[in-house]
Design a protein around this ligand. Structure first.
Ligand code: GTP
Ligand code: MG
Length: 304
């Protein structure tokens, strides 16, 4: 797949920071667009499209005003139209609760959708203690979900907890997000043994209901542990038990066996609806010798 047909978009301060780091791990496979009102967030060491929201002379944010973020994003639709021209799939990364991300992310998703692209959004929720920001986030996520084919909710509390475990600053240490996005991009951009493509993805996400993504990497002989790792990630509370659709892409080293493939597929689909549509893809890559990576897109999910 041509990499200009995939676009990663970081929106707002944290969203841009995460997108830059995630992009540096898969830059050959996906283009990058950074959107923020604060110029400091837009500097990038890799090649990126850059979009500053609003007047360029001030380097402040949207001061927690999502309406401002949305208006400014709307005003830039000529630019986004050009960037979106060849794009088939957009992955949006943002943290909600401020002005830029909460306002501009749903508008970006709306513009991408209107141009016929598929939209996967990864949106973090503010800390429990930040009640005002959480109210802003609740409103924004409803709009973002309505314009996204898959919307993955993350919890900043869980991300911060995990960063502490790894001994890093939570703002910089979102390694989990990098791995997660890298997994998605690798899955979508590589051709598999059993070939999956965007049509398969569309067929799964068109099931209706909420959708989410699970990503895990580890020992191919420990399928249940991989599944637990995916479920216990910094996702917002997700319950996949009633899911109606599941697309699973498994990547392993050249030693990947059919037995391992079946075991991991069983682990990831054991709890979903018995009549769910399951689409399976697999590929081998020398980079993953002795390891296995699973990316599952689950649709028809209830979020509690
Ligand atoms: N406690 C704390 N939370 C933060 C901090 N920075 C970001 N956050 C959280 O992350 C969310 C998103 O922050 P940003 O990405 O900086 O917001 P933005 O989209 O750039 O929004 P504006 O700066 O208002 O335009 C906020 O709602 C907070 O919940 C910080 O320094 N301390
Ligand atoms: Mg900001």
């Amino acid at each position: 797949m041509d990499n200009s047909s995939l676009l990663m978009v970081g929106i707002g301060g944290l969203g841009c920071a995460w997108a830059k780091r995630a992009h540096s791990r898969c830059e050959r496979n996906i283009d990058l667009l950074l959107v923020d009102s604060d110029a400091r967030g837009l500097e990038s060491s890799t090649q990126a499209h850059v979009l500053q929201l609003g007047p360029t002379l001030e380097s402040s944010g949207c001061a927690g005003l999502p309406q401002l973020g949305e208006q400014r994003m709307r005003a830039l639709s000529d630019f986004t139209s050009r960037v979106l021209e060849p794009v088939e799939l957009v992955i949006i990364l943002t943290a909600l609760g401020g002005g830029s991300g909460s306002g501009a992310a749903p508008e970006m998703a709306r513009q991408a959708k209107r141009r016929g692209a598929m939209v996967i959004s990864v949106a973090a929720f503010p800390f429990e203690a930040q009640q005002t920001r959480r109210a802003v986030a609740e409103e924004s996520i409803a709009a973002l979900e309505s314009y996204s084919d898959v919307c993955v909710r993350l919890s900043l509390d869980r991300l911060a907890w995990q960063a502490r475990e790894r001994g890093v600053d939570w703002r910089l240490g979102a390694a989990w997000i990098e791995e997660f996005v890298e997994g998605i991009v690798a899955t979508i951009s590589h051709l598999g043994l059993i070939n999956l493509d965007l049509m398969d993805l569309r067929s799964i996400v068109s099931k209706g209901g909420a959708s989410t993504l699970l990503v895990a990497e580890g020992d191919p002989e420990q399928p249940m542990r991989l599944f637990k790792q995916a479920i216990e990630s910094p996702l917002y509370d997700v319950n996949i038990s009633g899911a109606r659709g599941c697309l699973i892409q498994v990547e392993g080293g050249t030693g990947l066996t059919i037995h391992q493939l079946n075991a991991v597929t069983d682990a990831f689909t054991s709890g979903i609806h018995q009549d769910a549509q399951v689409i399976l893809g697999a590929r081998t890559t020398p980079e993953l010798e002795g390891k296995i990576r699973v990316v599952a897109i689950v649709s028809g999910v209830g979020i509690h």
